[in-house]
Design a binder for this molecule. Structure first.
Ligand code: SAM
Length: 306
């Protein structure tokens, strides 16, 4: 009985592998083209191996026989298409993912904006976390601003957090976190900005209120108003060069003069058509839109001056 059971299990897993193996280059190309056409997301740039592995796993998970079957399913239902896209994208993120960037936010950007906008009525700070995934980036921005801005309650702090994945946004809306994503938070921040429950650490209302989560596909132009600062981390690799340039152009247009633009650690604006000033701060580089009529300058700001 035992023997037959294990033969059955082995047979099943072999069968699944065989099913998973039925991924042809031609079908993958067809799927890739469909995704570019419908969502503007280009999986070429994210790496060939990554795309085929994710598609193969998804076909197996959905108990389909081949990518041809998957193509039939997603052509027939936009809900199935959306579910596939969610699954293919990676949602890796964490609180204060690049500490140097948040240090720049707290010690350079917020004080500068505070000084420039102090006499505005109302006193507003608008920050966009574009491709916010499950919310850690947007809440880290809120925490950094709350820590850095004296009398934060006297300001209207609006953090717009957008992502294509509705599933990730639902997680973000709940604001409950546990495990490794919390690693970069110190004990003081955990105590000040979270409530510990048996489900994990829950973001306190004071921080939660600063953030608005909204679904948005970055490859479609949507008006979001003027921003003082834009975080766009670890998402540009999903777009073709042409689309990446047009998205960056849009970011640049919606930045206030003197506003800041922040990319992930391994990313830069080199080779793109966007003209923003580059500032090197310690181990990270950040970008600034020149103040009205200002010429583009690049600067290295010594670490000690942060
Ligand atoms: C690796 S996560 C980055 C999360 C966060 N920015 C960070 O760096 O920690 C990439 C995110 O980009 C989102 N994404 C991918 N393509 C997108 C698109 N066309 N429009 C909006 N979001 C997209 C994914 O859903 C995912 O949540």
């Amino acid at each position: 009985m035992h023997f037959f059971f294990w033969r059955f299990v082995r047979g099943l897993s072999l069968e699944m592998k065989e099913k998973a193996a039925s991924v042809t280059a031609c079908e993958l190309d067809e799927l890739r083209e469909l995704i570019v056409e419908r969502s503007g997301i280009s999986f070429d740039a994210a790496g060939e191996g990554f795309f085929s592995t994710r598609v193969r796993d998804y076909v197996t998970e959905k108990k389909l026989r081949s990518v041809a079957d998957l193509l039939r399913v997603v052509h027939g239902s936009s809900a199935e298409y959306d579910a596939m896209i969610e699954d293919l994208l990676t949602q890796d993120t964490s609180f204060f993912r690049y500490p140097g960037v948040f240090e720049a936010l707290a010690k350079k950007i917020v004080p500068e904006l505070q000084e420039n906008k102090f006499w505005d009525n109302p006193r507003t700070l608008r920050i966009w976390s574009a491709a916010c995934s499950t919310g850690e980036e947007a809440y880290s921005i809120a925490i950094a601003v709350a820590d850095a801005l004296p009398f934060a309650e006297a300001w209207r702090i609006e953090i717009l957090a957008t992502d294509i994945s509705r599933h990730a946004l639902q997680h973000a809306e709940r604001g409950v976190y546990s495990g490794r994503c919390l690693e970069n938070l110190n004990a003081q921040q955990l105590e000040n900005y979270f409530t510990k429950t048996r489900h994990g650490y829950v973001v306190k209302p004071r921080i939660r209120r600063m953030v608005t989560f909204t679904p948005m596909n970055l490859s479609r132009a949507v008006y979001v108003g003027r921003m003082d600062c834009i975080f766009c981390m670890n998402v540009l690799m999903y777009f073709s060069e042409e689309r990446r340039n047009s998205i960056l152009q849009r970011f640049s247009e919606c930045l206030e003069p003197g506003g800041y633009f922040l990319l992930g650690h391994a990313e830069s604006l080199d080779g793109t058509s966007v003209r923003l000033e580059r500032l090197v701060l310690g181990d990270c580089q950040i970008y600034r839109k020149p103040a009205k009529d200002g010429a583009i300058r690049h600067a290295v700001v010594a670490e000690g001056s942060l």
